[in-house]
Design a binder for this molecule. Structure first.
Ligand SMILES: Cc1cc2nc3c(=O)[nH]c(=O)nc-3n(C[C@H](O)[C@H](O)[C@H](O)COP(=O)(O)OP(=O)(O)OC[C@H]3O[C@@H](n4cnc5c(N)ncnc54)[C@H](O)[C@@H]3O)c2cc1C
Length: 380
């Protein structure tokens, strides 16, 4: 195929990692880049589209909130898009009541009437038992107490993992943000917002260089045999698949999404609401119009998306690495093999088997370019 022969570099995957590497190689190193993706769109999991009847931008794989403290990443992404001032807030529904998440002074005050100051909230959090922190449940209780754990975390976690939280490792919850003040924002990063003209326009703008070609609906393994010895490959697909699963399949969780147009202006009053009881079975509802309050929409319509979580089979989209000790042992073997390959670089969420937010995927792609690819492609 001509597009393969013409390329200096083949980038596998048109997610943010692949798009960033391709953009740098084409615009700075003057290389010809062919991007291949098995999906029918660019953007990877950060893809979005406009639902025609409501004019709402739907995030195909669940709400994607951009946030970063990384000045370099912020400067880089700002070349392609402007951002609105959206600050993410999440609410939780438990037994018919609405709470602010992450747990903050407001949440604690609702659960423990009389707690109204930052100092009281800090004292309350410090009073929770800190012994036996060897599983998810005991760790969660040590952080937020038994009442909040039972209201917001226990059932939600069981729905997410289909596993008793006592059988999950403590590390899963160690990064849970907890606040003693009334800050209800989900992220505290310096830079936050949603791309003004949507994710698709942002991603398209990254690959306008004529030295970049894009092949959609193309699986890398169908064209791999045609790649020449001197061509570089940047692979952002699953690392275990690259090696034919020879050391076993790495564990992932996947999500199922049910999207519907609802005939009301506003369904739940916020972009993301967590459903923390056993019933309903979904974990969250996304209502995308709240991400862009600056836009106008068709009156009397909104789009909601229910999210269900389960373990991924081999043919499901892998979303969150499970990362058991068995997974880590397999991953080490794959990484050892990957390090032996001369012209192939592994990157991104799937290629490194780690959860990466968008800003992390972009930062890691910029580092790969600056530390290795620039030299490998231009000798400088
Ligand atoms: C449900 C969900 C919600 C998220 N929410 C947020 C959020 O709110 N904020 C945030 O910052 N980040 C969020 N992220 C993370 C964000 O999506 C990732 O940072 C980003 O997708 C990472 O980019 P990537 O390029 O590494 O991977 P991906 O976006 O996964 O792109 C990889 C691409 O490779 C392609 N591919 C794989 N194998 C092959 C093959 N053999 N041949 C051809 N193509 C192949 C895939 O089709 C895919 O398009 C979320 C992720 C998920 C899963």
């Amino acid at each position: 195929m001509e597009w393969i022969r013409e390329a200096d570099v083949i980038v596998v995957g048109a997610g943010f990692f692949g798009l960033t590497v391709a953009e740098r190689l084409a615009s700075e190193s003057q290389k010809r880049v062919a991007i291949v993706d098995s999906r029918d769109h660019i953007g990877g999991n950060a893809h979005s589209y406009i639902e025609a009847s409501s004019q709402v931008e739907v995030h195909t794989y669940g709400s994607h909130l951009f946030h970063t403290n990384n000045e370099k990443v912020w400067k880089y992404v700002s070349k392609f898009t402007e951002f609105n001032n959206y600050q993410h807030r999440v609410f939780a529904i438990s037994r018919g009541e609405v709470f602010s998440l992450p747990v903050n002074l407001q949440t604690l005050s609702q659960l423990y009437p009389g707690i109204t100051t930052v100092e009281q909230a800090a004292q309350l959090l410090a009073s929770f038992p800190k012994d036996e922190l060897n599983n998810f449940e005991s760790k969660a209780i040590s952080l937020v107490g038994e009442i909040a754990y039972n209201r917001f975390i226990k059932n939600y976690t069981e729905k997410q993992w289909q596993t008793n939280p006592r059988d999950l490792p403590a590390e899963i919850i160690s990064r849970l943000p907890i606040r003693t003040n009334l800050d209800g924002r989900y992220f505290s990063d310096k830079y936050q917002g949603l791309p003004m003209d949507g994710y698709q326009k942002w991603q398209e703008k990254m690959v306008t260089d004529e030295k970049i070609s894009i092949q959609l609906n193309t699986d890398f393994f169908d064209i791999q045999s045609q790649i020449g010895k001197n061509q570089l490959v940047i692979y952002t697909g699953p690392i275990d698949r690259y090696f034919g699963y020879k050391y076993g399949v790495l564990g992932w969780r996947t999500l199922d999404f049910e999207t519907e147009v609802v005939e009301v202006d506003d369904y739940q009053g916020n972009s993301v609401v967590n459903y923390c009881d056993e019933i309903p079975e979904y974990t969250r509802i996304h209502e995308f119009k709240h991400l862009h309050p600056e836009r106008s929409y068709t009156a009397g319509k909104t789009v909601i998306m229910k999210e269900f979580s389960r373990f991924a089979g081999k043919t499901d989209d892998p979303y969150y690495p499970i990362n058991t000790s068995e997974d880590r042992a397999k991953l080490n073997k794959y990484r050892e093999e990957a390090a032996q390959l001369k012209n192939v670089y592994f990157g991104g969420r799937l290629g490194t088997y780690q959860y990466l937010d968008m800003h992390m995927a972009i930062a890691s792609a910029l580092s790969l370019y600056e530390n290795e690819l620039r030299l490998a492609t231009t000798g400088q």
